[in-house]
Design a protein around this ligand. Structure first.
Ligand code: TYD
Length: 199
């Protein structure tokens, strides 16, 4: 099973992804946790590049997709084949939201490149942690990156909600203004109901 977490910076998705990973591991499931971009030597290098350099939107898009392709081929596919549960912090929907809606790259182009990078293997379930950008900014405090300009982030956040409505069967929209504990219980509840697994 492939599970992804999405949301704007400061939504708490990384915390929840890690919690789910620990929880599943403690229950005896074979599970791995990755971050996109990253989690292979090549993708980690690309992550550094993309965070360090301000490029034109298309170069940025291609870098993210190259990193994703490496992650999918070297980690995700082998793990899924072994029967592991794979959790990824960010994935295809980040690119639609940030590069597609945020940087206004043609959505058809973004979708094709996403499709190529993941070889058509979409996540089975995606948790979208939704918070107003004011709360995200408060949570981030001084830990801001170049991706966290306010009007840009607003477009990204609106885009995420749109994407969630377009793919209701895959994407679960979670109110992430709630406490860490409440958000986590909701995630577990959805996984139980959707996949009839004991958690
Ligand atoms: P993230 O891993 O959430 O970094 P951090 O944990 O340090 O906040 O993501 C890094 C940035 O990359 C984030 O601002 C979103 C951006 N991003 C894109 O613009 N497009 C993408 O396809 C992905 C995966 C991330």
């Amino acid at each position: 099973m492939l599970i992804t977490f999405e949301g704007i910076d400061g939504s708490g998705k990384s915390t929840q992804a890690r919690r789910l990973y620990e929880h599943l591991k403690n229950m005896g499931y074979k599970v791995s946790l990755y971050r996109d971009p990253g989690s292979t030597p090549l993708a980690e290098k690309i992550r550094e590049l993309v965070l360090d350099f301000e490029t034109d939107p298309t170069t940025e898009l291609l870098l993210f997709e190259t990193a994703r392709s490496s992650l999918v081929w070297e980690r995700v596919f082998p793990d899924l084949k072994e029967g592991k549960i794979v959790i990824i912090d960010r994935f295809i929907d980040s690119t639609v939201a940030y590069q597609g809606y945020g940087r206004e790259i043609n959505l058809g182009t973004v979708n094709i490149l996403n499709h190529i990078a993941i070889r058509g293997r979409k996540p089975d379930i995606t948790f979208l942690l939704n918070v107003p950008i004011e709360i995200a900014f408060q949570r981030l405090g001084s830990k801001k990156t170049r991706f966290e300009d306010k009007s840009y982030l607003r477009r990204v956040r609106d885009a995420y909600i749109l994407i969630a409505h377009q793919e209701k069967e895959r994407i679960v929209l979670i109110d992430a203004t709630k406490s860490e504990e409440e958000v986590f219980s909701e995630i577990i509840k959805h996984l139980r109901e959707r996949f009839q697994i004991s958690l």
